[in-house]
Design a protein around this ligand. Sequence first.
Ligand code: SAH
Length: 317
Amino acid sequence: MIRERGLISVEQYMGLCNALYYATRDPLGAAGDFTTAPEISQMFGEIVGAALADCWLRAGAPADAAFVELGPGRGTLATDALRVLRQAGFAGSVHFVETSPVLRDVQRKLHPDAEWHENLVTIPEGKPLLLVANEFIDALPIRQWIGTKERRILFEGERLEFDVNGAIREDSPARDCVAWEIGAQINLRGGVALIIDYGHVKSGLGDTLQAVGAHRYADVLANPGEQDLTAHVDFEALGRVAAVGKVEVSRAVNQGEWLERLGIGERAAGLAKAHPERAEDVAAERKRLCDPEEMGELFKVMAVHSRAWPAPAGFDG
Ligand code: SAH
């Protein structure tokens, strides 16, 4: 396409590369390109499940509520979260928004009764949502602007190059669209959403587009479609757009603080007691998820809930 058109935008490049990338592989785990929080520890999905279960119970435990995950990867987070939700009495249906046929197959093995969707609109009408999205938004394409000029990509001989460099501002119609849909659907159906990703609390300038392959940072313009392209999530923009749907939007809190407030310490102690041989591993997992130098500060959690539902725990203080 670049050869044909001469130039394409960063947004088109990121969208096309990631569509190919996710459609053709399972990128997660030691043999893949990157590892996510639910792949590090069962405690992550369990805490997500506990946060959703607590909210659902305080909302009066509506029997028709649905568990929804955007970009479920290997289905690990859903397994751990649903174990906790089921223990709390949740018996509702499971819905995955996933475009990758390869990952749908992986998810189907763990969740044979789930339903797959392209977006939230096709989830059966009227169901309140218990929704989670972890490291999903970061994969959606961004635009980059230098002043009023949108940054594009072209060939310089045989090499791809950016057409301009300078102070960069990022935005993302694709992310706005998802944020708007989450707000609108939560408002329409009732329920709660937890959005977890790496990014910043306030909008600002900066180039955050990055490529990761085989657990290393790589050149964004090398091997298009063969490495994971992501950009930091602008939680201020995400919250502002979700709020258009007349829902309550929490502030974005650090993942580490959120997990600690919701009792990852107690859960780690419980696991260590039940499996003494794993005590050191469990402590290391908690550290990786929560330490400010590891994932604890870079990753943020934001909640959206309908006005008739209670606010989820962990966002105060
Ligand atoms: N949430 C998982 C996986 C994160 S990887 C975890 O935490 O481990 C990103 C996930 O989003 C993958 O499942 C990928 O296939 C999916 N995805 C990426 N872009 C998407 C899009 N535009 N629509 C739907 N799913 C998408």
